[in-house]
Design a binder for this molecule. Structure first.
Ligand code: V47
Length: 368
């Protein structure tokens, strides 16, 4: 197992990384140029070593996972974001709407967390979402309900004139326990204008997470990468997240979301495994105030995800059972992973598998 002092011996062929290593050992914060230099490095091994060093300072050799399920109540969406294959229009062949009973049928007692996000439905009233959350809470008093992206919360305001303070407090009262990190995409106004002109802006995403944090609702944060964004835009996104976390301390985890080309085909050069590992490592090193970094097997595949556990990630996300959004965009990973497979992948990375709940309380160790 790892030794915290190992990093003392790091001598990289990339002198920029040696300087970054010094800063990390002194506990100094990395700046914008450090972020850009890390993306430009050819020494992926040293970068991974630095990120693993930082990870071990926070969570030792533990790698977390959760028994969870994704539920997407509807794929009908008023938006037409150009990276998304999941959204459909009412009347489309594959459009669907779930009833409360259908949602409840998808949840079993073994699960610790339900992750619920969906399209911006044109006619579903806010009260229907309250009914969904309340019904899940009544039937499963101990289940963690992580639901509604900041983009959905903003949509409740735009569509139904319910401001985020009110929607979040009513959802919390109904049983919501935390928020996922989706909808952030890339904060750059340039990318926003080109890919998601109708969706809520970066400043609104941040404002809504701030409101949630002030109400005691923890959340996650994400970045969608590997499409038209530049390295500088990625680094800027990290710095904006880090600034917000300094203010509120409400983010639990960061999830790098690799863009799945599907039919949207925004790029001829989708992210490679090297880029995936850089995203994980650089997230770990730039986001020095976010404890958990996920190696999200759904978008990068089990193979790269397990390598990511030695490149700064300390969380393999969850078993999920049936993932819809990335699989609508033809993700090659399976729809879900069994608990045993998660444990196996983590052990293969020579880390200690720890089953967690949604707030990172430790539920079960698999250290034999
Ligand atoms: O915001 C849509 C992304 C996100 C594509 O908080 C795509 O624990 C890749 O946020 N290729 C929703 N990504 C998923 C999400 C998430 C996932 C897992 C865990 C957590 C968490 C959050 O899915 C959207 C968007 O960025 N998305 N289309 C696509 N073609």
């Amino acid at each position: 197992m790892g030794n915290l002092l190992e990093i003392d011996n790091l001598i990289s062929v990339d002198n920029n990384l040696n300087k970054i290593s010094e800063k990390i050992q002194k506990g100094e914060r990395l700046d914008f140029q450090d972020g850009v230099n890390m993306f430009n490095t050819s020494d992926i091994h040293s970068l991974g070593k630095l990120a693993d060093y930082k990870k071990r300072q926070i969570s030792g050799d533990k790698v977390f996972f959760v028994l969870n399920r994704h539920i997407n109540p509807t794929n009908i969406c008023v938006l037409s974001c150009s990276f998304c294959d999941f959204a459909k229009k009412k009347g489309d062949k594959d459009a669907y709407e779930m009833t409360v009973d259908e949602i409840l049928n998808g949840i079993d007692d073994e699960m610790n967390e339900v992750h619920m996000v969906g399209g911006h439905h044109p006619t579903w009233e806010f009260d229907y979402y309250i009914e969904i959350v309340k019904s899940i809470r009544e039937k499963h008093p101990d289940l963690h309900i992580k639901g509604f992206t900041a983009a959905e919360i903003d949509y409740f305001h735009r569509r139904w004139k319910i401001d985020p303070e009110e929607s979040l407090s009513r959802l919390k009262e109904a049983g919501l326990t935390s928020m996922p990190g989706g909808g952030a995409e890339v904060f750059s106004p340039r990318v926003h204008k080109l890919l998601l002109p109708g969706k809520s802006k970066a400043s609104r995403w941040q404002e809504i997470h701030k409101i949630a944090h002030n109400q005691g609702i923890k959340s996650n944060c994400t970045m969608l990468y590997g499409h038209i964004e530049t390295i500088e835009e990625r680094v800027d996104h990290f710095i904006q997240l880090r600034d917000l976390q300094d203010e509120t301390k409400g983010f639990l985890a960061f999830i790098p979301l690799q863009y799945q080309t599907g039919t949207t085909q925004l790029t001829d050069n989708p992210a490679t495994p090297i880029d995936d590992l850089k995203m994980i490592s650089i997230a770990r090193l730039m986001l020095d105030n976010v404890d958990h970094i996920k190696s999200y097997w759904v978008t990068i595949g089990e193979e790269t995800a397990s390598i990511g556990l030695n490149f700064g990630a300390d969380d393999l996300d969850g078993t999920i059972k049936k993932e819809n959004i990335m699989h609508a965009a033809k993700a090659k990973s399976p729809g879900g992973l069994a608990r045993d497979k998660m444990v196996y992948l983590i052990k293969e990375a020579r880390k200690i598998p720890v089953e967690r709940d949604a707030l990172y309380n430790e539920v079960n160790f698999y250290n034999d």
